[in-house]
Every structure is written in C-alpha cells, then in structure tokens.
Design a protein around this ligand. Sequence first.
Ligand SMILES: NC(=O)c1ccc[n+]([C@@H]2O[C@H](COP(=O)([O-])OP(=O)(O)OC[C@H]3O[C@@H](n4cnc5c(N)ncnc54)[C@H](OP(=O)(O)O)[C@@H]3O)[C@@H](O)[C@H]2O)c1
Length: 335
Amino acid sequence: MQLCECGGRNSERKRKRNMMMLCLVFLVIFIAFFIKFLTADGDFTLLSKGKVKREEIEDKVVWVTGASRGIGEILAKQLASLGAKLIISARNEAELQHVKQQLTGKYAPRDVMVLPLDLTSGEKSLRVAVEKAESFFGAAGVDYMIHNAAYERPKSTALDVTEETLKATLNVNVVGPISVTRMLVPYMLKRGRGHLVVMSSAAGKTPAPGQAVYSASKFAVNGYFHTLRSELCHKGIKVTVVCPGPVETTNTRTGSTERRVSSERCAELTIVAATHGIKEAWISYQPVLAVMYLVQYMPSVGYWLMEKIGGKRVEAAAEKGNTYSVNLLFDKKEG
Ligand SMILES: NC(=O)c1ccc[n+]([C@@H]2O[C@H](COP(=O)([O-])OP(=O)(O)OC[C@H]3O[C@@H](n4cnc5c(N)ncnc54)[C@H](OP(=O)(O)O)[C@@H]3O)[C@@H](O)[C@H]2O)c1
C-alpha cells in the first residue's frame, strides 16, 4: 500500500517537472520569437526565404521605372550585378544615363537600355514605350516589370490636399502603372510567363495620417494588382506587391530621427520577394511593422491606434519631427 502511494507521488512529481520543462521551452521560444519580431526589418515569410535566387534574375529582361534615383536606382544596381538585362525608365534622361554609367554586371553598363518615360503622358505614348521595351534585347520581351516610380507631396491633412496634388498623385501612382500593365501583359500572356513587381507602401496597408492621397493611391494599386493576379495566375502571370515602411533614400537623408530601412536592404528584400514568388512582402522596422500586423490581423486595435496617432503625426510632419515614433501615441511631442 505504502509502495503504491510512493509510486503515485513520484509520478505526480515527474508530471509536474515535465509540465515545467514544457512551459520553459514555450517561454524561451516566445522570447526568441519576440526579440526576432522587435529587431525584424520585414515580415516573417519574407525573412524566412533568406537569399535572392540569382537564377531567377540572371539573363532575364527586367524593366524598372523610377530608376533615376532613390530605391529604383539601387534596385537597378543590384539587378545589374545579378546579371539582369536592364531597361531603366524615369522622365529625366540625363539622370538615367548617369545611373547607367554606374551599373556593373554581365550586361552593364553597355547593354542597359535607357527608356525615358512619363507615366502621365497618356495611352499613345505609353504604348510606344511598351513596344520599345518589348523590342529590346532581340525582342526577348519583358520578363519582370518593376513598377517603382511614384509621386508624393509633403504631408498635409486629408482635407488640405489640392486638386492638383490629387490628380498628379493618382496619375503617376495608379493610372500610369495600370495603363502600362494593360498594354504589357498581353505580350507576357503570349509567352505564357511574366512577373509584375509593384512597389507599394505600408501606407497601402494601414491608414497613413498626413498622406491620405498617397495612401489611397497605394491601396488602389494593391487592389488592382492582387486582383489581376487572381485572374491571370493560371496563365503564367505572377505578381509581387512590396509594401515598405520608411526607407532611407537620398531624398530622406535630412538628419531626421526617423529610423528607416536602407535603400540597399529594401532593394535586396524586394528582389528576394520577387525571386521567391512571394505575393505580398512587408519591409520595415518597428513600430511600423507591428502596426501593419495589427491592422491586418486585429483591425479594430490597429485602427484605434491610428486614431490616437492621427492629428499628432500631421503636426510632427509640419515640425519636421519623427513621424514614425511610438511617442505619437502619448501626448509628448517628438523632436
Ligand atoms: N522612400 C520611402 O520611404 C518609401 C516608403 C514606402 C514606399 N516607397 C515607394 O518606393 C518607390 C520609390 O520611392 P523613392 O523614395 O525611391 O522615390 P523617389 O526617390 O521620389 O523617386 C521617384 C522616381 O520616380 C520617377 N518618377 C516620378 N514621376 C514620374 C513620372 N511622372 N513618370 C515616370 N517616372 C516618374 C522619378 O524620376 P523622374 O523625376 O526623373 O521622372 C524617380 O526616379 C515609390 O513607389 C514609393 O512610393 C518609398
């Protein structure tokens, strides 16, 4: 009888010990996961992919818009070094020529095609650009279209946006890329393959106080390109929508305290996303990344947070302060 009681106590102790071990393992995993999340510069699916797949880019024809500066210029540099056959576009031809001379790679700088393009120039002129792009490189056709060019005005409230800003933003960010896509994709469909990479924004996933029209333009491209994929993915058309938060470019290096992902890292992660066929990728440090997760998976909490931040972010932008600071949640103003 005593032996039986003793055995029972031992197995109870063993069970408790096992439970404690299990809790400890879960705690360690949770802490590791939390630290990874705090220090992440992209969403978990994207970061889990690791490196760029060079074989998906080498010898492919890649057309990049907005390649004269900023993220587009860095994208062009990285794509050239991966052995892509590049077509680079923007309005300013002299700047494009300057970028071309900086490129190095299997086909760069000699065979890089400079294709000046104004996304607001209308259907006829965009059709000519698409036909030219298709005819370069022995009429190989465009394998990757990277819609990177965009227009953004300084931050203002949703009501202060002028008619001119509204139209200019929507024309460059939405109408132009959609028109080019409508003209280019039929060629891709004939070949049975083609990949559209769209540089959207975190502002296309969450409210972006002070950037209402820019945010509207990015929500619009997200809607168009995700829908296009749903219609054409069975015919060989791939779409990767990239949503970066704040990125450091030559335009943004102003000594602000905002923490931004470098253009180099943003371009690298964009190419990782495209070469791994990811449908949507988020690139950002905290707290923007956390807000994106909240708005996606717990929208009531996410929208509540954005309501707390809203007016203060517009004020912070006017004072050239940190528009991505957690302190915007509290009454304290950021310097
Ligand atoms: N920087 C960020 O923090 C950030 C964050 C999230 C998302 N993004 C997105 O990433 C992309 C690149 O941003 P960025 O900061 O590198 O931009 P950027 O430095 O302002 O460069 C914009 C590019 O677009 C071109 N462009 C402007 N208007 C055009 C038009 N009408 N037709 C054709 N090209 C035109 C510009 O060249 P021309 O003036 O010579 O035409 C330039 O090459 C954009 O889609 C942006 O929305 C940026």
